[in-house]
Design a protein around this ligand. Structure first.
Ligand code: LMR
Length: 391
């Protein structure tokens, strides 16, 4: 039976992890998968995470089951992180990472409206489209990235969104757009919110990089504006990047409802959806996050670590734009300093990306590069290689 399985198409980002690992060159550079690295090229466990784990291990006296919607302190902590508050209209459930949170919210939506159609930005994180295709759910892209200006094509985006209606769910990147690094301004968030209000479509904010753009509060301004104006909103959060918990899988599906009764119904449905997909999301990483968010000292330390990560990424952005300016005698890469988050898309052709890989520099095929994968001593080498490849 299994011999008739169609050959699966590997996920391009995950395939890069293996290709990089298999490359024997010592001076290779990994700018593929979105994983933060320090200036020594390492992805250490965060200090605050280590301390929270130590405390949890010391006091944990059972591994018995928890709730189907997960650790309530974690869910409330994530709601506060995203929206600055908790209230009776908000509910949510723990999920295995950002992907798990998205999947749970897709399932919830389809239970509420089997005619739902999903929209994601062109381009978007490839798993948005891949998951929806696999679920056989109608989906389409809306215009987003302008390959000429390397910024957001806002007029075209809003024209599409203004044509949507109550069956449409629009996936928006809360901050640090993946893969382009080009983000909405606050005025644009307000206009997008107006479109949702006027046309009745529902936002699903994929919020996987909070704190890695301009700051925890700053990165949440768009989604908070939406939450203040709309009766309903969904948010998929990930703790992979900002808590560095990648493989442990901590994520949270958050739903803002019209009223408390609706929130209770959504909570019960989220529990059922979790039960059907995997019963219980992994407790350990979510409890680590709850411990950090609930303890002022640990939280301050986590915020300091996250701030240092963000400063390093933004410093690399400025340094890389400058190195490219010098190597190419042009300002055409200045956008890298303006973009925010782990990624920017260089605008290179597949042949140029392949030439970079020949030189030991790994980027995703669409020329998305993980800025956090660079180290300060490699900026000039990268700029030279890019100029040599004719990017
Ligand atoms: C990425 O975009 O590189 C990360 O979000 C990792 C992933 O799961 O694709």
């Amino acid at each position: 039976m299994f011999s008739t399985l169609p050959e699966p198409k590997p996920d391009a980002i995950i395939a890069l992890i293996q290709a990089f690992a298999d490359d024997p060159r010592e001076d290779k550079v990994d700018l593929g998968v979105g994983v933060y690295k320090d200036d020594a090229g390492k992805t250490p466990v965060m200090r605050s995470v280590k301390e929270a784990e130590r405390r949890l291990l010391a006091r944990q006296d059972t591994k018995s089951y928890t709730k189907l919607t997960g650790n309530p302190d974690f869910v409330a902590g994530m709601q506060r992180l995203a929206l600055g508050d908790v209230n009776e209209r908000l509910t949510g459930a723990q999920a295995p990472g950002g992907t798990g949170a998205l999947r749970v919210l897709f399932e919830l939506t389809l239970r509420a409206n089997p005619n739902a159609r999903f929209w994601y930005s062109d381009p978007s994180w490839p798993n948005h489209q891949a998951m929806l295709t696999s679920m056989k759910v109608p989906h389409q892209s809306y215009p987003y990235f302008d390959t000429d200006t390397l910024g957001v094509k806002f007029d075209a985006m809003i024209e599409t969104l203004d044509g949507l209606g109550p069956d449409d769910i629009v996936i928006l990147h809360g901050c640090c757009h993946n893969p382009t690094g080009a983000n909405l301004t606050q005025a644009q968030w307000e206009r997008v919110t107006q479109s949702a209000q006027d046309n009745g479509w529902m936002p699903l904010v994929d919020f996987a990089y909070q704190g890695l753009g301009d700051g925890l509060e700053e990165d949440a301004r768009g989604v908070r504006h939406m939450a203040s104006k709309l009766s309903r909103l969904m948010i998929a959060m990930s703790c992979s990047k900002n808590f560095g918990l990648y493989r442990d899988r901590a994520g949270c599906a958050i739903v803002q409802c019209e009223n408390a009764a609706e929130a209770a119904l959504v909570a019960a449905t989220l529990g059922v959806v979790n039960r059907l997909l995997y019963s219980f999301a992994p407790d350990h990483p979510a409890s680590v996050v709850a411990e950090i968010l609930g303890d002022p000292e640990l939280r301050a330390d986590w915020e300091a670590e996250l701030g240092a990560m963000r400063d390093r990424i933004n410093g690399l952005r400025t340094g890389l734009a400058e190195a490219l300016r010098q190597e190419t005698n042009s300002g055409r890469f200045d956008f890298i300093a303006e973009h925010r988050g782990m990624f920017s898309r260089l605008g290179a052709t597949p042949a140029q990306v392949a030439a970079m890989r020949e030189g030991g520099i790994y980027m995703v095929g669409d020329s998305r590069m993980n800025i956090a994968g660079l180290t300060s001593d490699k900026l000039r080498d990268f700029a030279r290689a890019a100029a040599k490849a004719g990017i």
